[in-house]
Design a protein around this ligand. Structure first.
Ligand code: COA
Length: 222
């Protein structure tokens, strides 16, 4: 099958992982990287930066029908870039990519702009909304709901029926008990064991996890 053209927006380390997934998935052919902070011609894993976000309309004329994938790990920044791209190219097509080693169970729904990395497990009837990142070896048990622009870091374990709010991040190695709800813009810290619901804009960590402080929308956590 002929591969479809794709541009990757963001030429950072996160992009390296995404390039590998795209190559292994063999659905898309990377035709260029877009990065407003790098010079044209700079390379990541053999792929060239071909322009800035503002250059996308011209580039999409050359590669008609090409999709775009945003390779930005920070949930809030990924959202801001998505909005910028929608303004520049209103009919933009956002792609998702899933590593072939990920295990996706029956009746799982996966939105657009999603990245699912190597070794991830997503169990039955879970919903992965738009622009979510399911990082390496993370596991989401049955009926999970990862709302738009949320992320689970490498090695995260979510029990069944866990909800992760919009823009919320579950950090590396954290474990979340079944039936727990994590609010919008919340951050669960590295290695935490979350046994209680987490409010919107709260940061919780520790074993068992406690609320450490509130955070402002867009505060850095990576
Ligand atoms: C939750 C998090 C953002 C907190 O960061 P922070 O607010 O900058 O915290 P600091 O690094 O300033 O640490 C403040 C204190 O809290 C402690 N602390 C921070 N995170 C902690 C955690 N997850 N569990 C236990 N203690 C933690 C620190 O050891 C430090 O203690 P000290 O004052 O006694 O030295 C960070 O721990 C985290 O999990 N980041 C995400 C990492 C991740 O997932 N990376 C992979 C992405 S692919």
């Amino acid at each position: 099958m002929e591969k479809k053209a794709i541009f990757i927006v963001g030429a950072s380390e996160h992009a390296k992982v995404i390039i590998d997934i795209i190559e292994k998935e063999s659905v898309y052919e990377v035709v260029g990287l877009i990065d407003s902070f790098k010079n044209k011609g700079e390379e990541v894993l053999g792929y060239k930066v071909v322009g800035k976000e503002e250059d996308l309309p011209e580039l999409l004329k050359k590669h008609e029908g090409a999709s775009v994938l945003i390779a930005i790990g920070d949930n809030w920044v990924r959202h801001l870039v998505m909005e910028k791209l929608m303004n520049i190219v209103p009919h933009i097509k956002f792609a998702s990519t899933i590593h072939p080693s990920a295990q996706i169970a029956k009746h799982v729904k996966i939105g657009k702009g999603v990245v699912i990395m190597a070794g991830a497990i997503i169990n039955s009837e879970s919903v992965i909304e738009d622009f979510v990142i399911v990082n390496t070896k993370a596991s989401i048990d049955h009926d999970g709901l990862l709302k738009s622009f949320s992320s689970v870091a490498p090695g995260v374990t979510l029990g069944g029926n866990v909800t992760v709010g919009n823009y919320a991040a579950v950090s590396i190695g954290a474990t979340v008990k079944h039936n727990i709800s994590i609010g919008n813009h919340a951050v669960i810290g590295a290695g935490a064991v979350l046994l209680k619901n987490c409010d919107d804009n709260a940061m919780m960590y520790g074993v068992p996890a406690k609320e450490i402080r509130k955070r402002e929308t867009g505060d850095k956590y990576l």
